[in-house]
Design a protein around this ligand. Sequence first.
Ligand code: NDP
Ligand code: GDR
Length: 325
Amino acid sequence: MKRALITGITGQDGLYLSELLLAKGYQVHGVIRGQNNPKLDLVRAVVPEVILHTGDLLDSFSLARALEAAQPTEIYNLGAISFVAYSWDNAHLTSQVTGHGVLNILEAVRLYAAGDKSVRFYQASSSEMFGKVQEVPQRETTLLWPRSPYGVAKVFGHYMTINYRESYGLHASSGILFNHESPRRGPEFVTRKVSQAVARIKLGQQDTLPMGNLDASRDWGFAGDYVEAMWRMLQQEQADDYVIATGVTHTIRDLLEVAFGVVGISDWESYVTQDPRFMRPAEVELLIGDASKARERLGWTPTVDFEGLVTMMVESDLAALSRRR
Ligand code: NDP
Ligand code: GDR
């Protein structure tokens, strides 16, 4: 039986990846942090088969212990402080967790593997690294120009992953994933904020929706598709870096129009207010990825388009809220 260890098991991607690996017959281990993590019940409910180990990306010893206990051949580093807006107010902590945390786990994996070439590592890199984009669409070779402390920390983790591959021959791959969403997305991110608000407005539980910059464009895909790409990367003979994206971009305005449209509201502008609290000190204006390398080498393509994704999220929030009434 193959064994995998996942950091960030309580997050959106951790849950989807656990389900994928369990369905493929893996024994799945997860690292969970804190003495009473509020998301423990969620993990237990969604993927009860996952074996949990206490640990934190800031604590190298805890990572070494989790590796020793789990004995995995595949390690997926999904743990991070992942909310870009939060990273300006907590820049040092974000650098430690999202940046240096990658070094901590890479070093723990190197010592654990001790030259065993069957051990493989995945790093969750991000399109936020492209920031002030230097090329359209963005591909693996596009110059990185991060625009937030989060983006800078991800660049550190990205290059450290490449460095461990080149220095030690570690099978370490980095997925440069563009925004991916689902009904499990945290409510602080824009797609889920909008899908929850639209459902509440439809049910008469909310009147207005305060928003930040409506002009930014994102390449949004479905999280379930993106964890499949992570797994495919670790099945390759050679470790490498891959852009994972849909190749289609939409503005936040498009998101609002489609989401309100799902519940039959066409004058969405009368519900949305502009709130400076949601504006960022520096914005990533346009993201659109070129995933042709992943398509050719991994045989990966997305299965859910933008309209399908937004509809899935709004309908899920509507159903959840209706059940609670
Ligand atoms: P989430 O924010 O949903 O999950 C983040 C996970 O990281 C949580 O399980 C959280 O655990 C864990 N974590 C936070 N701090 C630590 C720490 N100090 N030690 C160990 N674990 C920690 O993110 P997603 O699932 O959306 O994303 C997964 C990864 O992919 C992240 O690294 C993210 O930056 C990256 N990424 C995401 C994209 C997206 O669009 N979703 C796109 C590109 C990259 P806890 O519950 O304890 O807080
Ligand atoms: P992002 O996702 O920063 O791209 O990072 P987020 O959904 O937070 O923002 C997307 C865009 O929407 C604009 N925006 C708002 N965002 C939020 N959260 N709330 C608002 O009210 C709002 N109004 C407008 C933002 O300015 C931005 O342009 C996500 C995370 O998952 C990262 O971890 C990951 O690396 C990247 O995607 C790829």
